[in-house]
Design a protein around this ligand. Sequence first.
Ligand code: ATP
Length: 357
Amino acid sequence: MENDYKVKVENVTKEYELFKTQSEKLRSFFSITKKQVPHFWSLMGVSLTVKPGETLGLIGVNGSGKSTISNIISGIIPQTTGYVDVRGETSIVAIHAGLRSSLTGRENIRLKSLMQGLTNEEIDELMPDIIAFADIGDFVDQPVKSYSSGMRSRLGFAIAVHINPDILIIDEALSVGDDTFYQKCVDKITEFKQEGKTIIFVSHSLKQIEMLCDKVAWINYGELKMVGDTKEVTQKYREFTQWFKKLSKKEKHKFETERKSVQKNFSIKNYQKQITEQEQNAHPDEKDVPAKIHKRFYGSVISEKMSVWNQLLTWAVLIVVVFFCLVNVSGHSVEHVINNPSAIVHPSHTLHLPGKE
Ligand SMILES: Nc1ncnc2c1ncn2[C@@H]1O[C@H](COP(=O)(O)OP(=O)(O)OP(=O)(O)O)[C@@H](O)[C@H]1O
């Protein structure tokens, strides 16, 4: 059934603006003119479906967009355009995500569990199991910033599996643990699979992917290259990496430069046109599947491209605030300043400076 899914990602794109400094970012925020900021498309229209109880593997070379898509599905970052439907609670285990460095392991357990909707009583009950699974000894009461990457991964994994999510997303988190912990994680993932949970598993280890995944998606430089049977996709991916390894340094450089240029020059307008054409040419049976591009603007706009209207509104609010500040300093009434604008620079009171009497 087309509607029987846990995760649906349709035509998803993600654009990053590559600001060099914080001030450049701030200037762009207030700029009304559309000054060209260097940008990069991490995802150029990816569509995926994960069915209930399925384990989907995500593979691809470094920087191809696997973490970007995992973070979008788990709600850590928003997509730039596209449709994402996630049916259930997600929990992500990633090496560099999800734990607060300044908090201790124990505090992180409480915080993440509360964020996932557990009550304090439920957390108290789960705490010993999570600590036992993480097996990080006295470090559980130390700030996470003092942890090794393996310890972070242990704690992250222990929290994620114990809060019982509907959808578990594991982004490369098994690669930094030792063998004992790795086996413990594999056992837990297998248990999750048997319980019919949905899993998204990101890894560079094709052995792990082949062992755990029912289906694999190969993300290639921001695009979905192939999705389907685990053996088939991993085989094609192996052939690609072997082919790539055989290239000379010059050929590799040329290949990567061309790929980067595609990701830099991707145009959402052209993509939309392409999708519309595909929709129009689709077989009548497939036409009920919407392939729209939904443009969204988000609360945290500082890192996202603002619409001109948003920017005009920001400027309007700023002007009103400055006006009221000046009126306040001038000591006149608002009505008086509106009727006599020049009064704003002529305070109603005299300043008495020391020594000037
Ligand atoms: N916050 C960001 N700002 C700018 N570019 C970013 C940001 N996050 C990711 N990128 C870029 O997006 C691209 C995809 O990154 P992503 O981490 O999703 O790749 P990946 O496939 O998970 O890579 P890896 O296998 O190395 O973990 C990369 O080129 C990366 O540099």
